[in-house]
Design a protein around this ligand. Sequence first.
Ligand SMILES: *Cc1c(COP(=O)(O)O)cnc(C)c1O
Length: 226
Amino acid sequence: MNVLDNLNRVRRQIAATALRAGRDPAQVKLVAVTKTVPVEIIREMLTLGLDSLGENRAQELLSKYKELPPGVEWHFIGRLQTNKVKKIIDKVSLIHSLDRWSLALEISRAACEKGLTARVLVQVNASGEKTKSGLHLQEVEEFVTEASRLPGLEICGLMTIAPWTENPEDVRPVFRQVRDLSLRLQHNLKARMDCLSMGMSGDYEVALEEGANVLRIGTAIFGRRV
Ligand SMILES: *Cc1c(COP(=O)(O)O)cnc(C)c1O
């Protein structure tokens, strides 16, 4: 397995899919999900122009942050414990996984303490799967309305994880619902909120066709995690 070939294949696929969908490939951000990937491999990838990395555990992000050169754009994509917020908040460019009020309060508090504005996405559990975190579709508007009043926090859009499926066509309606919700919020709340983080290795083409502009891709680049 050659990680460079994989990366090039994914990039080509993203560009082709974006063009087919009438979208500008330059407006699509690839976040390489590096959880469990050793820093030696990541370091090599950084020399090939990868610049945005996603991690789902605070501890792992912090240790990689220390070992890798500055200039990496870090994305936090996993369930975030409130006691980890202050450790990562000045290191990440975007938190994809705001999924509860207590976390919004803690992000706001920690951001104000450090004198910065935390950029966050609200995680939506569109399919209602019990094992997934995130707000249900009907809860999102009220949550965003309330959370956008908190200081130190900027809600930049929505994130979702589709259910696992053999056939990515099955989850097209999930992506479409989240995209529609995102457009509705932008209209109703007069908010920018134009970041839409959806699509992983198995379903990123469908997500892209349905409006995603941030893709979180691990396995298709780095191979299966051990
Ligand atoms: C692991 C992970 C990904 C990447 O999944 P792949 O199937 O390996 O591409 C994307 N998003 C989140 C939240 C993840 O935890």
